[in-house]
Design a protein around this ligand. Structure first.
Ligand SMILES: CC(=O)N[C@H](C=O)[C@@H](O)[C@H](O)[C@H](O)CO
Ligand SMILES: CC(=O)C(=O)O
Length: 308
């Protein structure tokens, strides 16, 4: 049995975008405003510095600043998970120690990137992070970007540790998700990565999800989750399909995060442009962003009207 309160990690957790000012520096005030917006939306938590959070494009100091702003604003209301994955183990360890010191609720990390790492190497990397704090640890499995295929064997070995409370799986195989759940056992969390299959992941064993598109439509994911929790599968599926059409549109821009940030800007949350090499939305594409935002807001209003 894990001694941590796992319930605080079950549900909808937004993979938060980073916030920059006009010159591209971390914007702490904007980060606090965005975190507040999300807390008010009713989600369970925030995942800071992951893929959507551009952690890999920031210095260690910048990553600490982003996390500090989020914890300061919503640390008492939401679960805050610090993604500390980095190419160098010592940077990840430094980030993990900092996350614990300032009051984040968990740390999470992808395997170290760039080198083609052996399983023992990834295990040692994760272990160094785990051993550096008393915080619970969530493995981040995203083989399409890291190139590392996490085996059920290594997953099981990691999951046997008290501090390793779960895995966020962004691989698109729901079978793999189910196998991780079976290997980890009842009190091991599996969090769905691909937003397009939130409902599928949830149905086959996921305890919730951490997603990069939740940040522009938290209401819709909360609605899918509520429908699912109440056994209203047809309704949940209907909304998953609506969400998927929106995601297809989001993915049609030069970068997903640029599109999400442009949408938030229309709502009064200016988080700046994504960092290069991630591209912002071109001026000529702004009408398309505007239309997409209107569609999302329309669906969000519909969901609110339906209650649940
Ligand atoms: C590959 C990737 O970044 N996956 C994210 C996290 O798992 C998802 O949240 C996607 O951003 C989302 O499903 C859109 O494709
Ligand atoms: C999508 C996600 O979970 C991330 O941005 O890390």
């Amino acid at each position: 049995m894990k001694s941590y309160n796992l319930d605080r990690f079950r549900g909808i957790i937004i993979a938060m975008y980073s916030c920059y000012d006009v010159s591209g520096e971390i914007d702490l005030a904007a980060a606090r405003r965005l975190a507040r917006y999300y807390a008010d939306s009713g989600v369970k938590g925030l995942y800071v510095g992951g893929s959507s959070g551009e952690g890999m494009l920031q210095s260690v100091i910048e990553r600490k600043l982003m996390l500090e702003a989020v914890v300061a604003e919503v640390g008492n209301e939401l679960t805050v998970i610090a993604h500390v994955g980095a190419p160098a183990t010592r940077d990840s360890v430094e980030l993990a120690i900092h996350a614990e010191k300032i009051g984040a609720h968990a740390v999470s990390a992808v395997p170290a990137i760039y080198y083609r790492l052996s399983a023992p190497s990834v295990e040692a990397h994760w272990q160094a992070i785990i051993d550096s704090t008393e915080l619970p640890f969530i493995i981040y499995h995203i083989p399409q970007t890291t190139g590392f295929q996490l085996s059920v064997g290594l997953l099981s070995k990691m999951a046997a540790q008290e501090k390793v409370i779960g895995v966020k799986i962004s691989a698109e195989s729901t079978f793999e998700l189910q196998q991780f759940k079976a290997a980890g056992g009842e009190d091991f969390l599996v969090l769905n990565g691909p937003d397009e299959q939130y409902l599928a992941g949830r149905s086959i064993g996921a305890d919730g999800g951490i997603g990069g598109t939740y940040g522009v439509m938290p209401e819709l994911f909360l609605h899918i989750e509520n429908c699912y929790a109440q056994g209203k599968m047809a309704e949940a599926l209907k909304w998953q399909f609506i969400v998927n059409a929106l995601i297809v549109d989001l993915l049609s821009f030069p970068s997903l995060y640029g599109a999400c940030k442009a949408i938030l800007k229309l709502r009064g949350y200016d988080t700046g442009e994504p960092r290069m090499p991630l591209l912002p939305v071109a001026e000529t594409d702004l009408p398309r962003i505007h239309a997409l935002n209107e569609r999302i807001l329309g669906f969000a209003a519909q969901v609110k009207g339906e209650g649940l």
